[in-house]
Ligand binder design. Structure first.
Ligand code: NAI
Length: 248
């Protein structure tokens, strides 16, 4: 029996990067996958095909996770298509880095809305479904900088720290209904997001990591599988660092 056989997982921002790796990992354990991203493009279509090749049902939804109305409509559509939601992975996120002195209101608002408000939006939309089912696992993608802070990322660090407070509060609010809520704090993971950084910066990061390498999306996806499945049945309100030992 696979770990997530016949379960339905909803993952935001999964047309590439960590979200895509999570979708594939959960599908490999039998989960049917509903995922979102900003556009229905060739990336989204390719992910659907890769997931279907694993023998599960899969569908991509174009939906801006920062928009509550779009989120509510998307969850309604997913319920019509899949009939249930067992796992929610709030993964969508962006960076708009810059020193506070130069940071615009637009940079601040965009990152808070996409990274933090999206977690409120999807958790709020999915909560009634999970309450009715009397079970569920919510996994929120935070970051090591949400714990430690990072110069040039006040907006991003604040959004990721906010996710941690939200996660712990949700765990307390609906734990009695058999719904677990945890966060993952990835360190330096090699994706398009970090690929924008200059080679020099990426090298310096890797040198600071005890395991001496950047993480892969699959490293994060394995931890997400643990938190999504019954392997972590007594784990809630926690922040699991996936950072090669960078944050202790
Ligand atoms: P990525 O940029 O490669 O992928 C993010 C995906 O989210 C993209 O497909 C993008 O189109 C989608 N997205 C962006 N805004 C959206 C919105 N408003 N609605 C729906 N989808 C949206 O990023 P990556 O590296 O895969 O990151 C995934 C998550 O992991 C993010 O929350 C990020 O903050 C977090 N993270 C990443 C780390 C890294 O080193 N790559 C480290 C720590 C956390």
């Amino acid at each position: 029996m696979k770990l997530l056989q016949d379960k339905v997982a909803l993952i935001t921002g999964a047309s590439r990067g960590i979200g895509k790796a999570i979708a594939l990992r959960l599908a490999g354990e039998g989960a049917n996958i509903a995922f979102t991203d900003l556009k229905e493009d060739e990336n989204m279509q390719a992910v659907v095909k890769e997931l279907e090749a694993l023998g599960v049902k899969a569908k991509g939804y174009a939906s801006n996770a920062a928009d509550l109305n779009q989120t509510l409509q998307t969850v309604e559509a997913i319920m019509a298509d899949f009939g249930r939601i067992d796992v929610l992975v709030n993964n969508a996120g962006i960076t708009k880095d810059g020193l506070l002195l130069k940071m615009s209101e637009e940079q601040w608002d965009a990152v808070i809305n996409v990274n933090l408000k999206s977690v409120f939006n999807f958790t709020k939309a999915v909560q009634p479904v999970m309450l009715k089912q009397r079970s569920g696992s919510i996994v929120n993608m935070s970051s090591v900088v949400g714990v430690s802070g990072n110069a040039g990322q006040t907006n991003y660090s604040a959004s990721k720290a906010g996710i941690i407070g939200f996660t712990k509060s949700v765990a307390k609010e609906i734990g009695s209904r058999n719904i677990r809520c945890n966060a993952i704090a990835p360190g330096f993971i090699i994706t398009d997001m970090t690929g924008q950084l200059p080679e020099e910066v990426r090298k310096t990061w890797a040198e600071k990591i005890p395991l001496k390498r950047g993480g892969t999306p699959e490293d994060v996806a394995n931890v997400c599988l643990f938190l999504a499945s019954d392997l972590s049945s007594y784990v809630s309100g926690q922040v699991l660092h996936v950072c090669g030992g960078m944050n202790m």
